[in-house]
Ligand binder design. Structure first.
Ligand code: AMP
Ligand code: GLY
Length: 420
């Protein structure tokens, strides 16, 4: 199978790593890719958000399957264009990707499908915002309705901070709206489901660490680390999410004539009152993908192709390693705000000499002298694998210790205290 993978983050490096090692893959092109994917696939430059450019590239390379990593190309309609060119694509059309692109739309689908989620008000004016904040009380949860790379959500006890964020969202443009919702307590879980428009196949659950600093302090980020499996999760968690969340959502989208083909990312809270959806995404999560794929033993190419071609019913049951995986994200100085670029990164090879460690690139570049430098917010994802979470965590942090990047930030408590 000739595969074209779109994107350039650590998630795409993780996908590329699994696809490149897969006997079902005959050739792998990553567009635009990053210095990490260049080592295991052919990088081709492309405007990933241009439907015409990606469809033309898919035709040019005679791709059997196009896999779209990030949300922006999906929302821009890249999958629609590739599908219209007659090429199998793993990734929803723009209409179905609105599930991620608009939190208000996601709430509407969940209400129609009976999916448990936080109560919410969609507000377009500040008087509605103040009424909703007062109705729910603190802690306040204020969400930008549009795409914001995981940074559009503010959870705060401070009413003024909530009001300021809401004002920034509703005043952005005339049609902008903000979602105010009830606070959900309890641990968070990410469960990825392959969807073929009708059916879903769950992957292994993972947990992400969204806040910048240890102890879940600091601002929300795209994700600073993750682990899988979740030894503390209820045994029937995955089947409950499939039955109560993923299948009803996929069926509702199909009923509306916008079938969801791709990765349905269910972001969940296990609250004291039961399971609730925090958010949906229309693509693999980053950094959870790095740990989920590290544990996948079946052919990823075959699974993605089955979803893309409406044949998940023919896919053999997926096999998972009994061991654990932990990833720690190294972010550049300044992240999640304005980041410093150009600092030299050393020690990646030394880290990978450790058994059980691999390093995935995100915001990296090669400078004119050939040195690896920081070129984005989240720079590297260091993955450790081991027999249990403690072993995987020790391995990941041993890898982190070998990497040098001036001003780099990372959490020291990813997967801490979980055991096996
Ligand atoms: P989202 O972009 O909707 O995933 O939100 C980002 C993060 O904000 C989530 O992973 C949660 O940690 C937090 N969050 C979002 N919604 C809520 C909520 N209703 N209650 C508590 N925390 C939330
Ligand atoms: N790790 C959170 C996300 O991918 O949205």
């Amino acid at each position: 199978m000739k595969i074209l993978l779109i994107g350039s983050g650590a998630r795409e490096h993780a996908l590329a790593r699994s696809l490149a090692a897969d006997p079902a893959t005959t050739s792998l092109i990553v567009a635009p890719g990053n210095p990490g994917t260049a080592g295991i696939a052919t990088n081709v430059s492309v405007d990933a958000n241009s439907p015409d450019a990606v469809a033309a590239l898919a035709r040019e390379v005679a791709a059997d399957l196009v896999v779209i990593g990030p949300e922006a190309p999906l929302v821009a309609g890249v999958a629609d264009a590739v599908r219209a060119a007659g090429i199998a694509v793993f990734g929803p059309d723009g209409d179905a990707a609105t599930l991620e692109g608009s939190k208000a739309f996601a709430k509407e689908i969940m209400a129609a499908a009976g999916v448990p989620t936080a109560m919410a008000h969609v507000c377009r004016a500040m008087d509605e915002v103040t009424a909703a904040l007062d109705a729910f009380g603190p802690p306040y949860v204020v969400k930008d309705d549009g795409l914001a790379a995981g940074k559009g959500v503010v959870v705060t006890e401070d009413r003024q901070v909530a009001l300021d964020h809401a004002a920034a969202c509703v005043n952005r443009d005339r049609r902008a709206s903000v979602v105010i919702e009830e606070f959900l307590d309890g641990p968070e879980i990410s469960l990825f489901c392959l969807a073929d428009g009708e059916r879903v196949v769950p992957l292994a659950p993972a947990q992400d660490f969204k806040r910048l600093a240890d102890g879940d302090a600091g601002p929300n980020t795209g994700g600073m680390g993750a682990y899988s499996p979740l030894p503390w999760a209820p045994e029937d968690l995955v089947s409950e999410v499939v039955e109560r969340v993923a299948l009803p959502t996929v069926r509702e989208l199909a009923r509306r004539g916008t079938p969801f083909v791709g990765l349905l990312y269910c972001g969940l809270a296990l609250t004291s009152r039961g399971l609730r959806v925090i958010e949906f995404n229309a693509r693999f999560g980053d950094p959870e993908t790095q740990v989920v794929l590290a544990r996948l033993e079946s052919s990823l190419a075959t699974a993605l192709h089955a979803a893309a071609t409406g044949s998940l019913d023919q896919l053999p049951e997926l096999r998972w390693s009994a061991g654990a995986a932990v990833t720690v994200v190294l972010a550049a100085a300044g992240y999640p705000g304005e980041v410093r670029r150009g600092d030299v990164i050393t020690g990646v090879e030394a880290a990978e000499e450790l058994p059980g460690v691999h390093v995935l690139h995100a915001g990296t570049a090669t400078d004119d002298a050939g040195a690896l430098v920081a070129a984005g917010g989240r720079v590297l994802s260091v993955v450790g694998q081991g027999a249990d979470l403690d072993a995987a965590r020790a391995t990941a942090y041993a890898g982190v210790e070998r990497i040098r990047l001036d001003g780099a930030q990372h959490r020291t408590d990813i997967a801490a205290g979980l055991g096996s």
